[in-house]
Design a protein around this ligand. Structure first.
Ligand code: G4F
Length: 345
């Protein structure tokens, strides 16, 4: 391959998407440089579980340190740069709005400036999010739907999205913004609702807990897809003739309660729902035990009630299609968590 081998740099390499993207790019013959925070509590476990840790060049870096990013950009001049690093947990963004702003907005300005100065041919992918639609102004949401963020996270991501568009228009940088709807997998962090659910049901299934699962708002609706499908879409955006903005979504929406019921089914529970609001409970019909209850501590100061994406642009221009269905995703997550706990026994 020699000099023709493409170089991709990925921030957020230790996260869910970082692992799937790195695996995908390695399978395409890329040299993958993974940027990780030296002081982070994150581990390399996901990359090891994917079996790719040894194949990635891991480089310590700090998104807040402009000089550091400049040096890396100068030294590597990557063909493609995927910015997946972020404070990505929406609920935490009300506790840490300033850190969220720095990581999710200022960090992107740092990268774009470094590209502009030292590697203007680098193609840039920004991980934008359906959280920017927030209090949705239309259903479904596509690339032309007006934004109305509902969290400090959504606000910071909105700045980063527009900066990406602006650097494309101002300086001709090949900068793409992928507005991705919720995407999940067995590698999802346990702070996010899907994995919190599948992990808890796996524990109940294996007899490792007898406590009910405590959740917040069960009525919120999300458009969930499989992260492995979505990282392919990120790459496809950077292979086009022109940079652009694309929505990637499953084009289905389901309430949290529905995901709980299906995950319960795959873990052997037959859940029926009783009560309303903070009094609502999920009862397993087989054992008559309460397996789910609502804890208002998980309610958010402002909620995104419904997300439903329209990905027709990605279908027609990128030829992107998700392969894993909602039910298959849920089953995959529950079964993987059960297997993990069985291995520990
Ligand atoms: O899984 P979540 O924490 O994901 P959220 O807030 O939709 O954000 C995710 O998707 C975005 C794309 O739209 C990304 F940008 C973002 O980085 C992240 O990946 O919560 C989903 C829903 C919310 O409505 C929340 O209120 O689940 C509801 N929920 C109910 N109980 C809960 C819980 N969420 C969490 N995390 N924990 C609960 O106990």
């Amino acid at each position: 391959m020699g000099n023709t081998q493409k170089k991709a740099m990925i921030t957020g390499i230790t996260g869910q998407d970082g692992g799937y993207l790195a695996k995908f790019l390695l399978s395409k013959g890329y040299r993958v440089i993974g940027l990780f925070r030296r002081g982070a509590t994150d581990t390399f476990e996901k990359l090891k579980e994917h079996g790719i840790f040894e194949q990635i060049e891991m480089v310590g870096f700090e998104l807040m340190e402009f000089s550091n990013i400049c040096r890396l950009m100068k030294a590597y001049k990557p063909d493609e740069f995927y910015n997946l690093a972020a404070q990505s947990f929406v609920a935490a963004s009300w506790e840490e709005p300033i850190y969220t702003l720095q990581a999710d907005a200022t960090g992107v300005a740092n990268i774009l400036e470094a590209i502009r100065e030292f590697s203007p041919k680098t193609k840039f992918y920004q991980a934008s999010t359906s959280e920017m639609f927030g209090k949705v102004q239309a259903i479904p949401q596509n690339e032309t739907t007006p934004f109305y963020p509902r969290s400090p996270y959504g606000c910071a991501k909105l700045y980063a999205h527009w900066l990406t568009v602006n650097y494309r228009e101002s300086f001709g940088i090949f900068a793409c913004s992928g507005i991705l709807f919720n995407h999940e997998s067995p590698m999802r962090g346990k702070e996010f609702v899907t994995r919190k659910i599948t992990d808890h049901f796996a524990k109940l299934h294996c007899g490792l807990t007898n406590k009910p699962l405590e959740l917040g708002n069960l009525n919120a609706k999300r458009d969930w897809g499989f992260a492995g499908d979505y990282v392919e879409g990120m790459w496809m955006m950077l292979q086009q003739d022109h940079p652009d903005t694309y929505v990637l979504s499953s084009e289905e929406t389901h309430p949290i309660r529905d995901f709980v019921t299906i995950a319960g089914k795959y873990a052997g529970f037959d859940i029926t729902w009783e009560g309303e609001g903070s009094q609502e409970i999920g009862v397993d019909k087989n054992s008559n035990k309460v397996v789910v209850k609502v804890n208002p501590k998980f309610f958010r100061p402002a909620e995104v009630d419904i997300l439903l994406g329209d990905s027709s642009k990605a279908h027609s221009r990128l030829n992107w299609k998700r392969k894993v269905s909602y039910e298959q995703l849920c089953e995959m997550m529950v079964k993987t968590d059960i297997e993990r706990y069985k291995k520990l026994r």
